[in-house]
Design a protein around this ligand. Sequence first.
Ligand SMILES: NC(=O)c1ccc[n+]([C@@H]2O[C@H](COP(=O)([O-])OP(=O)(O)OC[C@H]3O[C@@H](n4cnc5c(N)ncnc54)[C@H](O)[C@@H]3O)[C@@H](O)[C@H]2O)c1
Length: 256
Amino acid sequence: MGLPGLSGKVVVVAGGGSGIGAATALRLGAQGWRVLVGDLGESAAAGTAKLIAEAGGTAAAVGFDLGEPDSVRGLFDAAVAEFGGVDALFNVGADMGAVRNDSNVVDIDLEIWDRTMTVNLRGYVLTMKYGIPLMLARGGGVIVNTSSAAAFQGEPARPAYATAKAGIGALTRHVASRWGREGIRCNAVAPGFTATENIRSAPHWPELQAGALKRMHSPRVGETGDIAATVAFLMSEDAAWVNGQVLNVDGGTIMR
Ligand SMILES: NC(=O)c1ccc[n+]([C@@H]2O[C@H](COP(=O)([O-])OP(=O)(O)OC[C@H]3O[C@@H](n4cnc5c(N)ncnc54)[C@H](O)[C@@H]3O)[C@@H](O)[C@H]2O)c1
């Protein structure tokens, strides 16, 4: 199994225990990538790795915390120990609990602001800090970060979440411009409302879905596979000349 040229390459999925990260890890595993699944939830990461293995792929799992530098370094140590190096990184983890109290700049609890910046934004700095040297040692690599439609649309709530996601765009362009000539491509995907298992299981799912449909120009909301397909493309040689971009994948929610 595996696409030509991809077989055996190593990807770290930082936040692959559920939702978009898990779906993307499965897709990359099915394409022949060797996948290190990292997540705050160690058993969730192990569950994704098991599904990849059951589908005939190669995967391992590690518990780690995007908020803790030593823990992020440990994620990459594990990739080297398990698979001998790193060719690609999918940054997808985010503290989706903090966003519930991410009110507005007048009322915001500063602990929520700090937590969001620490995990959702600084966490991606750390994964790239430890991942890029490993990719350079292999002659280059590919990074896909996860932004959000929230980075582009004005919203009356969740300012910390939106600011962190907007910052990911700047980080993406920084990495692409600093290391592009050395063979590192760094892009971001900005999903719109994507119906993960967590979102579908919310008690107000019908209202969530109806509200989301009003914001987009598509007959349906997003599925995790929509984002996984985009990430797989950005990781592939078909995207060899795509660098420094934030790609909105959201049923036309954001048009620019
Ligand atoms: N689902 C959507 O509608 C949507 C829309 C736009 C952007 N996004 C982004 O997509 C990404 C995935 O979201 P999802 O909807 O699949 O959510 P999810 O909650 O299913 O997945 C997030 C994963 O990140 C992990 N995580 C949380 N904190 C962590 C930490 N400190 N260290 C390591 N891992 C941690 C969680 O355990 C979880 O497995 C996030 O970056 C999110 O902001 C999602």
